[in-house]
Design a protein around this ligand. Sequence first.
Ligand code: CUA
Length: 335
Amino acid sequence: MTIFGIPIFPEQASTFAKDVDALYFFILATCAFFAIGVSIAVVLLGLKYRKTHEGQIGARIEGNLPLELLWSVIPTIIAMFMFGWGASVYYHLRRPPDEALHLYAVGKQWMWKFQHLEGQREINELHIPAGRPVKITISSEDVLHSLYFPAFRTKMDAIPGRYTELWFEAQKPGTYHIFCTEYCGTNHAGMIGNVTVLEPAAYQAWLQGGGMEGTLAQRGAKLFNDLACQTCHLDTGQGRGPSLKDIVGTNVEFQDGTSAVIDEAYLRESILNSQAKIVKGYQPLMPTFQGLVSEENLVALLEHVKSMSPKATASSTAAAAPAAATPAPAAAEKK
Ligand code: CUA
């Protein structure tokens, strides 16, 4: 949207862009209506009831119950309406569909690195297909960043030491901005890029053109060997470390009696902070790989470990966000 040639609003290029804008304009209009109304009333009533002669005393007002109720109930209804509408849009934005195309982003002073499961790696450029949900798992190599796609009306912080995610479905081919929206140092303003949305066929062609190093999981498998992970994590379960076969999505018990479901966050912690949770029946022998594995290599290792759980691969993305994935089918069953 442009006004007098000045770009005011980015294009609505994702499926939920219209919902986000409608909510935004409703809240803006409601706030403007009351702000302007109250401002006008303050000025007009101030003029009308101003002191006109010496010794004038204001009327004593005891209150007005119907009026008090009216201006409590109406704003409550409006606020709850905003809350309900906002919550519904928010839940939609925060729940990636199960069939979403998965890829990884790493923020680093001052660039965005993207990795596709097929093996393609890009910097400050991202190629995705139109008409298909895309889920991006985000991490940071150094400080806080925030991955923002204005045309898709979505953004998410990149937090050091943690995985976050966002999703969107681009509607039509084109080129759109990528920004960093968290101040991250000298060249924060230069931490920008372009997302190119391609027709599905063109996207398939683009996928064929890259990935010289094999898929992300294959790169992870090579790292797994280079870092000598396989010397302890034997598939037989007889190694010094637990077998990693078919573990994703399962419940694992620890020495201290606690347990956890194995997801991306757990695997990440186990690699970087290997002493944090010791699997029952094993010794705390594993060295830490903190500082030895970059965020990009870490996601390659994750994909390799996930590929050892073929049965859970489909649900491994769901395992990363169980709270988001479970309620939807449950709600569908009730109907
Ligand atoms: Cu990265 Cu600002």
